[in-house]
Write a protein that binds this ligand. Sequence first.
Ligand SMILES: [Mg+2]
Length: 313
Amino acid sequence: MPFPSDVPEAELIARLRACLPPAPPGFAGHGDDCARVAAPVPGRELLLKSDPLVEGVHFLADQQPERVGRKAAARVLSDLAAAGGDPRWILVNLQIPGTCPLDWLEAAYAALGDCAARHGAAVVGGDVGCATRLAFHVFGVGDVPVGQGLTRRGARAGDRLCVTGPLGGSLRSGHHLDFTPRLAEGRALRGLASACLDLSDGLARDLRQLCTASSVGARVWAGRLPFTAAARAGGDPLSSALRDGEDYELLFTVPTDRLKALRAAWPSECVPWVEIGEMLPAAAGLWLRGPGGGDQPLSEGGNDALARGAPCG
Ligand SMILES: [Mg+2]
């Protein structure tokens, strides 16, 4: 079984490139110093995002390469979705330990390229290097009509808090490897949502980020939270939905006078969204309203990317 270190770098790059879908028209780059791509048309602005996928942190060494490669692309695509963007280009810096079989890497890379292509993006370059653990450092470029990109900053007191799907149990169910980036939903929110992010660190923690960015407070309605089957199976679906992380659903806010328009305009191919709370003035803070009424402070827990102790499975 060959390892990447058994072949010259140029051959390794050529083999990885061969795993990808055909290059898009007007593109030049693989094997050159830089990728060269068409500039966005007038009236669009660029979205740039980088995201690491590291063995032992975001995936385990015994997981299937197809699922790992998929996740490497999907995490960046999910961030572009949260900005309301259309994905265009992806670059990948691969850090490869000597123990990683070449055919494992090729299978992962093919899945990464497939996932990108399915959502409108092409892998146009990157680099390879040695490391003590496997990592995919993925760089995504997308674009969005000028002024219509979604951010975390626009929520106002009185807006509704909404989510695109059920939450919790992602590590237990494997959803964190197999989720669908909510790109169509992000596009549908352009011009209607006041703020948006993708849920990676758990609802409680990510909502706090959105509230801080927008200078607002919030109240989550526990009785309206949608739970996954895995969250229910874990025995404490509410805590799971608030704190597990890696849901990759969109959390967004909508002014109440736009809710009707959003419902009317929501494309049939998009997953349904649900209202799960309301935004409050900043001084009110963050609250959880229990299923039977009564508020308690919304405690965080959640998945802190810099403090997480155990690798996810
Ligand atoms: Mg994000």
